[in-house]
Ligand binder design. Structure first.
Ligand SMILES: [Zn+2]
Length: 111
């Protein structure tokens, strides 16, 4: 039985065509299918999927969102293969791998 209830998990071959800084606190990704999405950086840090921020066994978020500084900024964004980015943050955290699929879920479509 196919699971039609989770269309977001359907594999769509979109890739980021461009990654831009809109302002100090907002990133934008232009996707290859023409969609532009915006990303306030603090929620992006709070959504970090790494083993320090999410319990690997239970999938429960262990990062306290309030512990993320209000002025958090991405310092360096590095492509990982052709499926993800790592983001090094100004709080010293750099272990999160943000897959394209995850970023599509986190983004807000821009008009
Ligand atoms: Zn993390």
């Amino acid at each position: 039985m196919t699971d039609d209830s989770t269309p977001r998990r359907t594999s769509v071959p979109f890739t980021p065509a461009g990654l831009r800084k809109l302002d100090d606190a907002t990133l934008a990704i232009d996707w290859s299918d023409g969609v532009t999405m915006t990303y306030p950086v603090r929620p992006l840090r709070q959504a970090c999927p790494c083993a320090q921020c999410v319990d690997e066994v239970t999938g429960k978020r262990t990062l306290d969102p309030d512990s993320v500084p209000a002025d958090i900024r991405p310092q360096r964004i590095t492509p990982v293969g052709r499926y993800a980015f790592t983001i090094a943050w100004t709080d010293g955290h750099a272990t999160g791998i943000y897959t394209y699929a995850h970023l599509r879920e986190l983004g807000t479509p821009a008009d």
